[in-house]
Design a protein around this ligand. Sequence first.
Ligand SMILES: [Fe+2]
Length: 194
Amino acid sequence: MKLQYLREPFPHVIYHDVFTDGELDAIWKELEFFDGKYPDLEHSGTGKEENGDYKGVKEALWLSGFGQVPYEKFSIVEAIRMALYVFDGAQWEDKWIGDMWRSTTHDDVLVCKYPDGGYHTPHRDKATFTNFVWVHKEPKTFYGGNLYFPEYDNYQIKVENNKAVSIISSTMHGVSPIRGDGRYCLSNFMTIEP
Ligand SMILES: [Fe+2]
């Protein structure tokens, strides 16, 4: 794995080659198993605008919602933790952010599958850190779907297979409109709970 800490235009970490081939195989088996099991938007954790419209068009599934399988048993969860938590916050070269990372006590994973025409309007996540972990099949079968940051001159991070991005959750972000399907995001939220 290669990682890059960027202070500008806001602190974030970009990771390339996040998973091994074996981890990717296990993750794809789970993603295929989840197909057809995504709940309706009402139960997907997708927020609403003031006028009642959903802020995004995507299929989303909280792994912790599969009550019969302990959350930690999912390969997706284990692989994310193996890949991103191993640095114990040292990937944030600013000490105060690393300290905040080390103070987190809880994590969740939301599996998001974006259909043709999917998007997510700008919002802030209700967590401390958000780790976006992207996987898609090669060759890529969609266009768009980049992460963008409207409060930072629409700075964009390009969606790529086996790539991850960590941000402080309050950083406003959106997902640009997608043409085609096959874009998955494994969103990992880290929180500080009393
Ligand atoms: Fe978000």
